[in-house]
Design a binder for this molecule. Structure first.
Ligand SMILES: [Zn+2]
Ligand SMILES: [Zn+2]
Length: 242
């Protein structure tokens, strides 16, 4: 904790000398915490978890009285055992992820790590993620690294590991396949089948994490592969859902 506090002080000093400002609105960062995460208080506070009822299958907030959302009613179960989705991929939340991914505001990896860790305590009634489990990052698309030059989820994994001492296990890899974005949901499922592979020893239970949850196809493929490799329980955790 001491080193974390010292690092925060150094970041404030760096921010004072070489200002990066808020990654979203450009506001000057005068506070230690703000400089640390690269966001002003106002932009950081726009991240609010919807604590209402969630879909029991995918974790999206529910609009209807039913237990399962419309898109989950159409599919035949998920490979993961639970899914925790944090923020809607809209408005300021979306701007923050874009500033991270495309603007390369790397300090936001600390912000996202802290947010992911805050989900451990559970914001959905009766749903607390077990602590002490290994965290497995969703592997990047083959070719993505070449195109963008870095892996945004891996930087969060590294931050979780180094600063917050989370046990990270990098046992999943993704083989080349057609870009997910260009495909429909059923095509995505087939496209991913067999494209995610697992190597090395696997834990009994794990948390698989990613930045954005769209159709759930990637998460399902990761969980499916882990289950086939001997993992008994897979908990999904994503920062955003769209
Ligand atoms: Zn701001
Ligand atoms: Zn659902």
């Amino acid at each position: 904790m001491k080193t974390l506090n010292l690092s925060k002080k150094l970041y404030l000093l760096r921010e004072y000398l070489f200002p990066l400002n808020c990654a979203v609105c450009g506001e000057t960062l005068l506070d230690e915490e703000d400089a640390w995460i690269g966001l002003c208080g106002e932009c950081a506070e726009s991240f609010q978890v919807d604590s209402g009822k969630r879909c029991s299958a995918c974790g999206r907030p529910l609009i209807s009285e039913l237990d399962i959302c419309m898109s989950c009613r159409k599919i035949d179960g998920n490979a993961y055992d639970s899914m925790t989705l944090m923020y809607p991929y809209t408005g300021r939340e979306q701007q923050v992820l874009k500033a991270y991914k495309f603007g390369k505001h790397r300090s936001l990896a600390r912000f996202f790590s802290e947010k992911l860790l805050s989900a451990m305590n559970g914001f959905q009634a009766g749903k607390v993620l077990p602590s002490g489990l290994p965290w497995i990052p969703v592997p990047p698309r083959a070719g993505k690294l070449k195109a963008s030059g870095w892996d945004q989820v891996e930087l969060i994994a590294k931050t979780l590991e180094k600063l917050y001492h989370v046990p990270v296990r990098r046992c999943l890899k993704r083989l080349a396949s057609k870009t997910q974005k260009e495909l429909g949901k059923s095509e995505r499922m087939t496209n991913l089948k067999g494209r995610i592979i697992c190597s090395g020893s696997v834990p009994e239970e794990a948390i698989v994490f990613d930045d954005v949850f769209t159709t759930g196809a990637t998460m399902n493929a990761c969980a499916g592969t882990l289950k086939d490799s001997g993992v008994k329980k897979v908990h999904g955790l994503c920062l955003f859902y769209s």
